[in-house]
Design a protein around this ligand. Structure first.
Ligand code: BG6
Length: 517
């Protein structure tokens, strides 16, 4: 790149906000299930990154809580050995030393009142020694069956009581329930102990910069809003394709499947951010009200619609470019006759004034040829009449693609005249890539979510009504699928873009999937 090109790509300073905010509040964090993968892979590296960026209070402390017997010294040593493997940046010895002095461990069963009394004592000592001011948040990184029992124990031990001044919050991992009923029950149970404003239901997709950028892109640029509706948009496609299979999670996946695992949470977050009305402020409830309205506007499908507007798939053996890969039914902890889907495609609508009759096609699957998460917005085709007398056969519709991962950016395709005496049109792209303008700051994706929780900002967390509405849209699909076992699973090979029926579903509407070409 030349010097002037490089300058042209520098962001305009006036639109770039302060890179760093104030540090999070003084607080203690308790991780339930601290010996699991999430802690070492994401949470500790994310906290380290916050400390490095001065976004972690100097009055911070962390307690790991899990069933394994371990002393605080052993916990420190374990995390110290793991951090270099999982950190997204080079670990500074002095900073790690500072951080590790704030780590403690309590071992106990999640249902044992004595263990929670011990935790209480540990937190009191931490408050005295580290000045955490009685603020505390609990991260439930356990199997979902423990979410409610842990919250009950926290309540019984007085650990979520805010009456003495400090704040108390609880972050709950997904899956939040496995259908509408179980999500509602879980909400009811935890709300007997917690106020809604103390509950932070995490969806790690909202920690991704590019997902947060959907709102900035839509609402900080005046040119898109006027065309962001059914008059100009033909349809929307959301693709979340993964190359990985189910890895070591066969046991969980057999009880979930792709529909439950990806749609009511991650994909519905993308739809709601893409389709919501402009909120009147960035206040957490104002933003989430608008998101919730979109989810409530998705009409649940009738059984007949499930037959024509959904496709499920399961990967069979195939090739991913680096040798043969087994099919889903040969993965660890998966039944050899499993009917669990590893691929889903749906045609949904958002039945409101802005989006009536605009299809939202979504698809997500494992073991696809490449990893890509994108929202593609296809605009209506321009009238053809002017080109009838030329050699142009058809006009390509404009397509705006928001590439959320891994090559983060935004591109707009349009037609341009191919130079020469004959009128011919070639498809070209205007493309923005994050890395060209802002570089890449490796992160775990959990930094912002932990930081926001420390500041009491729940905008990027799911509210109970959003979770319940998400399930109420997905349940009718699951019910029909459960009643009608799939006829020919596996129905797509590893390394392909899913079952042919998904292409046929779009072809019936005269359309085709946007990525994957
Ligand atoms: C998780 C799902 O919530 O999200 C996984 O349980 C999936 O099955 C993962 O692989 C995808 O997240 P990401 O950040 O890799 O796109």
């Amino acid at each position: 790149m030349t010097g002037s090109e490089e300058r042209a790509r520098m962001p305009i300073e006036s639109v770039v906000s302060e890179p760093h905010g104030r540090p999070g509040d003084p607080c203690a964090m308790v991780i339930f299930g601290a010996s699991g993968d999430l802690t070492k892979r994401k949470l500790i590296p994310a906290l380290y990154n916050l400390a490095k960026d001065n976004l972690l209070s100097k009055e911070f402390s962390l307690v790991g809580f899990a069933r394994n017997e371990m002393s605080s010294e052993e916990f420190r040593a374990k995390l110290g050995a793991e951090i270099s493997q999982f950190a997204t940046t080079k670990v500074d010895d002095a900073l790690w030393h500072w951080f590790s002095e704030r780590l403690y461990y309590v071992s106990g069963e999640f249902g044992d009142p004595a263990a929670f009394r011990q935790l209480n004592a540990q937190l009191k000592e931490i408050e005295r020694n580290h000045g955490t001011k009685g603020n505390c948040f609990y991260y439930l990184a356990t199997s979902p069956s423990f979410f409610s029992p842990i919250v009950q124990q926290l309540g019984n031990a007085g650990l979520v009581d805010e009456s003495s001044g400090g704040w108390r919050r609880v972050i709950i991992e997904k899956p939040f329930g496995r259908d509408y009923e179980t999500a509602r029950n879980l909400n009811r149970e935890i709300r007997q102990v917690l106020d809604e404003k103390q509950i932070y239901r995490i969806d790690h997709y909202l920690g991704k910069e590019t997902v947060q950028n959907i709102m900035v892109f839509r609402f900080s640029n005046g040119i898109f809003e006027p065309i962001w509706n059914r008059r100009y948009i033909d349809h929307v496609q959301i693709t979340v394709a993964e190359t990985v299979g189910v890895e070591q999670r066969g046991g969980y996946y057999e009880t979930a499947g792709t529909l439950r695992d990806m749609v009511p949470n991650h994909i519905f977050q993308l739809i709601s951010l893409m389709a919501m009305e402009p909120p009147i402020s960035f206040d957490a409830d104002v933003v989430r009200d608008e998101q919730a309205k979109i989810l409530k506007a998705i009409p649940p499908m009738t059984p007949e619609e499930v037959l024509t507007r959904t496709v499920r798939g399961q990967y069979g053996p195939g090739n991913l470019g680096n040798g043969n890969v087994p099919g889903y039914r040969s993965e660890p902890d998966v039944s050899p006759n499993s009917r669990t889907e590893t691929y889903v495609a749906l045609k949904l609508f958002v039945d409101n004034w802005r989006w009536a009759d605009v299809p939202f096609y979504i698809r997500t699957g494992k073991r696809m040829p490449k990893r890509v998460t994108e929202i593609a917005i296809q605009f209506k085709r321009a009238p053809f009449l002017l080109f009838r007398q030329t050699s142009v056969e058809r006009l390509q519709p404009n397509r705006l693609r928001m590439l959320l991962q891994p090559d983060e950016g935004i591109s707009l395709s349009f037609g341009a005249k191919i130079p020469g005496p004959i009128v011919r049109i070639g498809g070209v792209q205007m493309a923005f890539q994050y890395k060209d303008y802002f570089g890449t700051t490796p992160s775990t994706g959990y930094e912002r979510l932990l930081y926001d929780c420390m500041l009491g900002d729940a905008t990027l967390f799911q509210r109970s009504d959003m979770v319940e509405t998400g399930w109420s849209v997905v349940n009718p699909v699951q019910d029909v699928w459960d009643a009608l076992p799939p006829r020919k699973f596996p129905n797509y090979a590893v390394g392909t873009w899913g079952p042919a029926e998904a292409d046929e579903m779009l072809a019936r509407d005269g359309r085709q999937w946007s990525s994957g070409e």
